[in-house]
Design a protein around this ligand. Structure first.
Ligand SMILES: *[C@@H]1O[C@H](CO)[C@@H](O)[C@H](O)[C@H]1NC(C)=O
Ligand SMILES: *[C@@H]1O[C@H](CO)[C@@H](O)[C@H](O)[C@H]1NC(C)=O
Ligand SMILES: *[C@@H]1O[C@H](CO)[C@@H](O)[C@H](O)[C@H]1NC(C)=O
Ligand SMILES: *[C@@H]1O[C@H](CO)[C@@H](O)[C@H](O)[C@H]1NC(C)=O
Length: 536
C-alpha cells in the first residue's frame, strides 16, 4: 500500500521530481492477517518497490524476526533497527528519525582510477543524509603514485553535482603519521572493518551458493584483522596464565540463524598491544631464501637485483634446497597444505618441516613449527620454539630466538636462519610454517646444488625487451640464461627477517612455471624421499 501511494503521488506530480521517497516499516513481528511467509513477503516487497524507494525496517521488542527485517531492508537499500521496549524507546525512535530526516543527496557515486586503486569498499550510495558521513576505503596499488583523481557525482534537490578531487598521497601519509592510532594502521583497519561489514550484509541476502564464499572471506578478514564479528568470538587469556603478550581469537562454529544475528553488529574491538609499525625502505642486500607459499628468491649481488620463482607441489612432498656432497651438507624441506574448509579451494603449500644434515660433523637437525631437534652422534637435544636457547660445539652453533627464528652456523661461512611464522591459534585456514634463509654461503663447493644451492656461485643472465603489460607494476621482459630465452615478469617477494609480520619487499624478476629454464632440469628432479636425504 505504501508503494502504491508513492507511485500515485509521483504520477500525479504531487511530489517534486527531485525528491527522496522512503518507506519505514514498523512492526512488532505479530501478523494478524495477510501474508506471513517471510520468503513470500520478501519477494512481494522487492517486486513492488522495484528499486525505486528505500525501505527501512524498525522492529519493536524482542519477538520480531530481526534477521528477516534486516534482510528486507538491506535488499531494498535501507537498514534495519531494533527498538527496545525500554523507557527510552521514544528517544530511540527520535534518534532514528533524525538520522533519515534530511536526505540532501541521492545517487552518490565516487569513481577512483581503476588501475591504481584496488579492493575498494562500496563506492556508490543511494542517499546521503545530513549529519551522516560516507566512507570509502581502498588500497593504493602503485607505491610510486604521488596523487590520484576521484570523481564524485550526486543529485541534489535542485541540480546534479559533479566534482573532481585531486588527492595528494604525500600529504595523506604525513597526516596518518601524526595520528598514530592505539592499534597501529588505522586506515587499513577501517578498510577491513567496512569490507567485513559489507560482506556480512551481502551474505544476508546472497544465494546459498555464494554464501559460503562470502562467509569464508569475512571470516578470514575478521581473523586477520582481529575483529570480533558474528563469525568470531574473543578469548582473552590472562597475562599470568599465559605468555604476557598472548591474546587469542578463535573462530566460532558458523551458526546460521537467530542466535548469531541477535548479537550486536560487528564491533571495533581490538585486542593487541603491538606498537604501530613503520614501513622501512629496502636498503640492504636480500639473502637467497625461500619463504611463504613457497617463494624462492635468488639474490644476484652483481646485478643488484634478484630472481624469483614458485614451486607448486603437493603437501607431503620433500624438496632439496641445498646439497653439497663435498662438504657433506644438505637441506631438505617438506611441504604442508592449508587446513581444509568446506567450499574453500586452496592449493597453497608452505614448508612445515626442514631437515639439515652435516655429515662431517655427524649432525642432523630437524626443525618443525613446534620444535627443533638436534641429533649429534647418538645425543639428542630438543628445543622448543617457546624458549630462547643455544648450543655451541666444535664450530657448530645454534641459537633459538623464542618464537622468531633459529640460526645455525657450521664453521665459518655457512650460516642459515629458519623463521617461524605463527598464525593465530585456531586459524580456520592457515597453519604455522617456516622460512629458510641463507645468510652466508661462501664455503660451499663448486658442486653445490639444490633449488637454492645451485645459485650460490652466481647466476648469469641478461634482461632485454622490457615491455608493458596490463599491470603497470609488472612489466614483462625477455631473460637470456644458459642459452634459454624466458619470458619473465617484474614482481616482488618479501623478506621476513626484520619484519616477521609484513616483511620487506624485494623486487625481483619472476620466472614462471616452477622456475622452468632457470633451475637445472625440472622441479620434480629436486623431490627427495626424506628430510635427511643426501646423495653419496
Ligand atoms: C492521484 O490522482 C488520482 C486521480 O486524480 C486520485 O484518485 C489519487 O488520490 C491521487 N493520489 C495522490 C497520492 O495524490
Ligand atoms: C571466493 O570466490 C572468489 C571467486 O570465485 C575466489 O577468488 C576467492 O578465492 C573465494 N574466496 C574464498 C575465501 O573462498
Ligand atoms: C589446484 O591444483 C590443481 C592441480 O595442480 C589444479 O588443477 C587446480 O586448478 C588448482 N586450483 C587452484 C584453485 O589453483
Ligand atoms: C632473530 O630473532 C632475533 C630476536 O628477535 C632478532 O634480533 C634477529 O634479528 C633475528 N634474526 C634474523 C636473521 O631474523
Amino acid at each position: 500500500m505504501a508503494v502504491e501511494l508513492l507511485n500515485q503521488a509521483h504520477e500525479n506530480k504531487t511530489l517534486p521530481e527531485r525528491s527522496v521517497s522512503l518507506i519505514v516499516l514498523l512492526t512488532d513481528g505479530e501478523a494478524n492477517k495477510g501474508e506471513s511467509n517471510p520468503a513470500k513477503i520478501q519477494e512481494n516487497v522487492k517486486k513492488a518497490i522495484q528499486g525505486k524507494y528505500t525501505l527501512y525496517s524498525l522492529g519493536f521488542g524482542t519477538s520480531v524476526d530481526y534477521p528477516f527485517l534486516e534482510k528486507l531492508a538491506l535488499e531494498n537499500s535501507g537498514i534495519a533497527r531494533r527498538i527496545y521496549e525500554d523507557s527510552d524507546a521514544e528517544l530511540q525512535l527520535q534518534g532514528f528519525y533524525n538520522e533519515i530526516a534530511n536526505p540532501t543527496l541521492i545517487n552518490i557515486d565516487m569513481q577512483y582510477p581503476e588501475n591504481a586503486i584496488a579492493d575498494l569498499t562500496k563506492n556508490n550510495f543511494k542517499h546521503y543524509f545530513d549529519g551522516s558521513e560516507i566512507v570509502v576505503a581502498g588500497r593504493v596499488t602503485d607505491n610510486d603514485l604521488n596523487s590520484f583523481i576521484v570523481d564524485v557525482k550526486a543529485d541534489g534537490a535542485d541540480k546534479s553535482m559533479k566534482y573532481t578531487e585531486n588527492i595528494q598521497l604525500q600529504d595523506q601519509d604525513d597526516v596518518t603519521e601524526q595520528q598514530k592510532y592505539i592499534f597501529g594502521r588505522f586506515t587499513e583497519r577501517l578498510w577491513a572493518y567496512l569490507t567485513i561489514q559489507q560482506l556480512l550484509e551481502k551474505r544476508l541476502y546472497a544465494d546459498p551458493s555464494e554464501k559460503a564464499n562470502l562467509t569464508a572471506q569475512a571470516l578470514e578478514l575478521s581473523l586477520k584483522f582481529k575483529f570480533v564479528t558474528p563469525l568470531t568470538s574473543m578469548v582473552v587469556t590472562k597475562p599470568e596464565e599465559k605468555d604476557k603478550e598472548e591474546e587469542t581469537l578463535i573462530a566460532d562454529k558458523l551458526v546460521e540463524g537467530q542466535s548469531t544475528y541477535n548479537q550486536p553488529k560487528p564491533q571495533r574491538q581490538f585486542i593487541s598491544h603491538s606498537p604501530p609499525r613503520q614501513a622501512s625502505p629496502v636498503s640492504y642486500q636480500p639473502p637467497t631464501f625461500v619463504d611463504s607459499d613457497p617463494h624462492f628468491v635468488i639474490n644476484v649481488p652483481e646485478k643488484n637485483d634478484a630472481l624469483c620463482f614458485n614451486i607448486q607441489e603437493e603437501p607431503g612432498v620433500i624438496l632439496n634446497l641445498i646439497e653439497d656432497k663435498q662438504l657433506g651438507i644438505a637441506v631438505n624441506a617438506e611441504l604442508i597444505g592449508n587446513k581444509h574448509i568446506d567450499n574453500v579451494i586452496s592449493n597453497e603449500t608452505y614448508f612445515g618441516r626442514i631437515g639439515i644434515v652435516n655429515r662431517a660433523m655427524k649432525i642432523r637437525i630437524e626443525v618443525t613449527t613446534e620444535k627443533i631437534i638436534v641429533l649429534n652422534n647418538k645425543n639428542k637435544k630438543k628445543f622448543s620454539w617457546q624458549k630462547t636457547g643455544s648450543i655451541s660445539s666444535e664450530g657448530f652453533n645454534l641459537v633459538v630466538n623464542k618464537r622468531r627464528n633459529v640460526t645455525f652456523s657450521f664453521g665459518e661461512g655457512a650460516t642459515f636462519v629458519i623463521l617461524l611464522h605463527e598464525v593465530w591459534k585456531g586459524h580456520p585456514l592457515h597453519r604455522d610454517f617456516l622460512g629458510f634463509y641463507t645468510m652466508d654461503d661462501h664455503t660451499f663447493s663448486d658442486g653445490v646444488h639444490g633449488l637454492l644451492g645451485q645459485f650460490f656461485h652466481g647466476v648469469n643472465y641478461e634482461i632485454t625487451e622490457v615491455h608493458k603489460t596490463d599491470d603497470p607494476d609488472k612489466p614483462d621482459a625477455t631473460m637470456k640464461l644458459k642459452n634459454n630465452l624466458l619470458t619473465v615478469t617484474r614482481g616482488e617477494q618479501r623478506d621476513y627477517r626484520k619484519n616477521l609480520k609484513n616483511g620487506d619487499k624485494i623486487p625481483c624478476w619472476f620466472v614462471h612455471f616452477n622456475g622452468k629454464g632457470l633451475i637445472d632440469g625440472t622441479h620434480t628432479d629436486y623431490i627427495v624421499s626424506d628430510i635427511f636425504s643426501i646423495s653419496d
